[in-house]
Ligand binder design. Structure first.
Ligand code: MTE
Ligand code: MO
Length: 252
């Protein structure tokens, strides 16, 4: 093929991509990646839009009614303030002493606008309440109502970069765990600050815990401290699930 033909073809492809981008822009301006407009990165818009298009089709777990709520055991850490003299534990105890007025959840990594959120700021996102069944790997289940900010809204507020792939969570009892974007953006994945209509109790992860309803209970990390969006898989190493011999992914 002659060089002129090649150039013409390339122009056609570029024009095609540009108009595809235009269609996305016209139909769903909020679903555009931050890199939108850079033709060399048109692929970002395609994968980003495709991923967003798939998300609403994710199945929701069953939601129960208030009447189905059961008693709810607390397991694992039930008070990070008594874990000995670690800086994290001491920080949590100090925050607890002031009713979490100074608690902030930092959100960093592959996001356009890293920042941190107070409890009051988290409560400004349109809350989601859901009555769901928690399934612990030890063999018990329990039903509660959880209220919180959808993680998707928080991630939208900080602006996921097209390189974002995983959300890594850090807790005040020094756990590290991660979920992928499909779970992170799932409508029932929330940062819960309320349980059964009250503030989240200490033993259940105060002030804020994750609820990731499509996985076993141990993925719903309590005592959230920090969130880091990464472009690669991180399972938390020895601070992650491996310490307990647990799988990273436990879809239910
Ligand atoms: N930070 C932290 N998150 C945690 C745990 C924990 O010990 N620390 N335990 C996990 C396990 S095994 C379960 S079953 C649930 C228990 O939540 P609950 O104490 O509210 O019942 O939290 C999960 N998240
Ligand atoms: Mo568990």
């Amino acid at each position: 093929m002659k060089a002129t033909h090649l150039i013409t073809r390339r122009r056609a492809i570029v024009a095609g991509l540009a108009s595809f981008g235009g269609i996305i822009a016209a139909r769903a301006p909020r679903d555009l990646p931050p890199s939108f407009g850079n033709l060399l990165r048109a692929g970002d818009a395609v994968t980003y839009a495709a991923q967003r298009a798939l998300l609403p089709r994710q199945a929701l777990v069953h939601e129960y009614s208030q009447a189905d709520i059961t008693s709810f055991p607390a397991t694992g850490t039930t008070n990070p303030g008594v874990l000995g003299r670690s800086p994290l534990s001491e920080t949590w105890a100090r925050l607890h002493a002031k009713s979490f007025a100074d608690w902030r959840l930092s959100v960093e990594g592959h996001v356009a606008r890293p920042g941190s959120f107070s409890l009051a700021e988290l409560k400004r996102f349109a809350p989601r309440a859901q009555v769901t069944r928690h399934t612990c790997e030890e063999g018990w289940t329990a039903i509660a109502q959880w209220t919180g900010a959808p993680l998707a809204m928080l991630l939208d507020a900080v602006g996921l970069l097209p390189t974002a792939r995983f959300v890594v969570l850090y807790s005040y009892d020094d756990w590290v765990d991660s979920i992928d974007l499909l779970d992170a953006l799932h409508p029932q994945t929330i940062l819960a600050y309320g349980m059964n209509g009250r503030d989240l109790p200490i033993q259940h992860g105060a002030p804020v815990r994750l609820r990731v309803e499509r996985q076993l209970g141990y993925k719903s990390m309590k005592y959230l401290q920090r969130i880091v969006v990464t472009d690669r898989f991180e399972d938390g190493g020895l601070k992650g699930n491996i310490q307990n011999g647990w799988a990273w992914y436990t879809g239910i």
